[in-house]
Design a protein around this ligand. Sequence first.
Ligand code: FAD
Ligand code: NAP
Length: 582
Amino acid sequence: MNSAMPKQTEREPEIDQRFDAVVVGAGFAGMYMLHCLRQQGFSARVYEAGDGVGGTWYWNRYPGARCDVESLQYSYSFSEELDQEWHWSEKYSPQPEILAYANHVADRFDLRRDIRFETRVTAATFDEAANRWQIETDRGDRVSARFCIMAVGCLSAANIPPFEGIDEFEGPIHHTGEWPQEGVDFSGKRVGVIGTGSSGIQSIPIIAQQAETLTVFQRTPNYAVPAWNQEMDPEYERSIKTDYPALRAKARARPTGIFFPFNIKPALEDTPEERERQYQTYWDRGGLPFLGAYGDLLFEKDANETAAEFARRKIRAVVDDPDVADLLCPDDIFGCKRLCVDTGYYETYNLPHVKLVDVSKKPIERITKGGIVTDGIEYEVDMIVCATGFAAMTGSFEKIKITGRDGLPLTRKWEAGPRTYLGLSTVGFPNFFMITGPGSPSVLANMIQSIEQHADWMVDCMSHMRDIGAETIEPTQKYEDDWVEHVNEVAAISLRSTCSSWYVGANIPGRPRVFMPYIGGFPIYVQKCNEVMTNGYEGFSFEAGADTNAPPKIRNTDRWHVELDMDVLSPAAVAARRIPMI
Ligand code: FAD
Ligand code: NAP
């Protein structure tokens, strides 16, 4: 098996160093958290497993990797200068450009000096006597910090299914999320790709261009809407940059934290002819905004089926072989699993050297020295690409031995599914924060906005604790239980909670089935976080010498006065307001 891990450069372990905060991970979350901590005068150490910043965009170097939220929105918003000076070359920028942006941010804000790269945090233990976290790494570091902040990512623990015989395969096996830095040459190779989620759908057309043959092993077909990616239109860029904060504000007011045209009307209120025109208009815009064609697509099954059937017709119109087209047509809820955004995906199956193998009924039996076996047939390949996704939301937490009060392991606390208050913190783990943790909008929103809002909230909370002399903060059991219930209640309203997606942990056998992200919508969630703060951190308890009645000073969080765009209220958002939050 190939590994994307770089060779470790020599350095002395850090022993007994003391920090205000240790941050785990230097993706967009860890980077911004470090910037905030420094601004408020906190000392911090960031540990990052990779040898550079960027997280997702450091690891996912597979061909075709790019964002599917417009780059002008999928970017930090905390610095107007940064917004103005950075130029995105495409509507949906490719991975190298997003990684270059992360590196630019690291340089511009001088982040690297507090980050230790090529260092994996292995354990974090709360020392109750000292009220400090003891952090251990695979490089022998043993440091302590008042706060332990997890910026480990929602989609960062690669899932390679334990296929029988996988170690016997004589060629390379690459997971899309651990792609070799030097790239992969497919020319003249017989390539097998396992998995047809977003990563498979982005990489398959490009691998097909290079490989001698390509065999795709598909367990479940996914819906994909064309990206219609294009070079950045200078006029459009100029118009956004004339008033960038206006775009950010409009985006934050949306349930997804992304601004795009959204039609609130229920799908079945239109005639079939009107619907066809409407879907075509949104199809022509491309990408995730297709979900904005009607307001009830993710809430009403009959409405959803009209979009699903439109998408299936598009697949049949592109794919020449009707049997292959049938295999590629999903029969489940449109957008229930994360909607994919493609460039030339379906067209790829018209190429004579590309084959689609259905493993939905007869799973992959084993991997041999030179092939993949299913249904008794061995498909010979020289190279395997696992586009098999991630142990989403909690996978990177599970890889660290995290121990809270009374020796409680986080894995035990979460064995029936993650339990958090606001996705920010969890009972029994004082001074332990999670950026885009389970129970927050995280993967259902523009993630960079979610990251910034969390980091701003956390650093304000830490500053408040310093102001009032509090040693620890921890949610109370009742508020955590009520939040978990609220997250579940709101999820149940959406069709998204009904299928076997990674949102519910169903992509990996044995994981508890719980809808992990908060689906009530980004602005409602932000309002909730603000309320909790202005009410003196309602639902949290402080410990030691705290003047808990002192009103919190709002610092970074001040910029998150998010209006709710009443014109695009989703049923989940309505429910989120109706169902008591705490
Ligand atoms: P990550 O970027 O995952 O960074 C976490 C970091 O923590 C990693 O570098 C990892 O090495 C490190 N780490 C983990 N555990 C440890 C440990 N124990 N010790 C040390 N370091 C550790 N979101 C969108 O909103 N729009 C998009 O278009 C979009 N496209 C995506 C495309 C791909 C291919 C993938 C996989 C995800 C995409 N996402 C997208 C989600 C994306 O993950 C987030 O947008 C964002 O980049 C997450 O940043 P992060 O810092 O929270 O986590
Ligand atoms: P994914 O959506 O979980 O897809 C994994 C694929 O592997 C699925 O088709 C899955 O089939 C298949 N698979 C898993 N185990 C298998 C097994 N044992 N046998 C056969 N097939 C198996 O993972 P991903 O494609 O990496 O995407 C994860 C998320 O990252 C996305 O949903 C998105 O949020 C983000 N992402 C975004 C972009 C972008 O466009 N910007 C690109 C990549 C990723 P089943 O469906 O049957 O489980």
